[in-house]
Design a protein around this ligand. Structure first.
Ligand SMILES: O=C(CO)[C@H](O)[C@H](O)COP(=O)(O)O
Length: 218
């Protein structure tokens, strides 16, 4: 099933609850929550207190993307704060199997993210353990960047890897996804679509409805 995961990085933080409510009411089922530590990526964003606050007012699937070094120390805390899916970067983990096991033990679904230049071979011996793979389609750290075209082939190759192994792993894409390249990433094999600026800039309800129309017709 195709899903839209609006990224609150692009929301108006002064009206965060209201922006999330609009996205949820217009049909988005996932909420993408970007946690940045100023080390793994240059920016800082937000952590557990914000998540705990918004969790009280939303039944969306909280899709937490940890762009942080040594994520192991925060997994339990994010699960307790309401994360349904926890994503860690392969590039940030020394013992990825252990980290994925810790996510599941904490009661969340496990996802591994790869930066655009990180090869799919990183997933060779762990794919079967994952609920989702997040392919970054920009270099992480900032919203509003341009989609990196070489990622389309990477999505296709990952979908083939998943199909060849008889798996049903979700493929999430994140970065530079707009209405004008949405069909391309869906055709390549992505089924969970993160969109930040394309959802939260302008009319949120309309933006979500426009995305949902393509996602449900694909
Ligand atoms: O992970 C991210 C940045 O690191 C954001 O989720 C991503 O960039 C989405 O923003 P946009 O849709 O505006 O590109």
């Amino acid at each position: 099933m195709n899903k839209l995961a609006p990224s609150i990085l692009a929301a108006n933080f002064a009206a965060l609850g209201e922006d999330i409510r609009k996205a949820e009411e217009a049909g988005a089922e996932y909420l993408h929550i970007d946690v940045m530590d100023g080390h793994f990526v240059p920016s800082l964003s937000f952590g557990m207190p914000i998540m705990e606050s918004i969790r009280k007012n939303s039944v969306m699937v909280f899709d937490v993307h940890l762009m942080i070094d040594n994520p192991d120390q925060y997994i339990k805390a994010f699960a307790e704060a309401g994360a349904d899916i926890i994503t860690v970067h392969a590039e940030a983990c020394t013992h990825l199997n252990r980290t994925v096991a810790a996510i599941k033990e904490a009661g969340a679904k496990a996802c591994v993210a790869l930066n655009p230049a990180t090869p799919l071979t990183e997933l060779e011996y762990i794919l079967e353990d994952l609920d989702m793979v997040l392919l970054m389609t920009v270099n992480p750290g900032f919203g509003g960047q341009k989609y990196i075209e070489s990622c389309t082939r990477k999505i296709q190759e990952l979908r083939k890897m998943i199909t060849d192994r008889g798996l049903e792993t979700d493929i999430e894409v994140d970065g530079g996804i707009k209405l004008n390249n949405l069909q391309k990433v869906l055709d390549a094999g992505a089924n969970i679509i993160v969109a930040g600026s394309a959802v939260f800039a302008g009319d949120i309800s309309k933006n979500v409805r426009d995305f949902m129309k393509v996602l449900t017709e694909a």
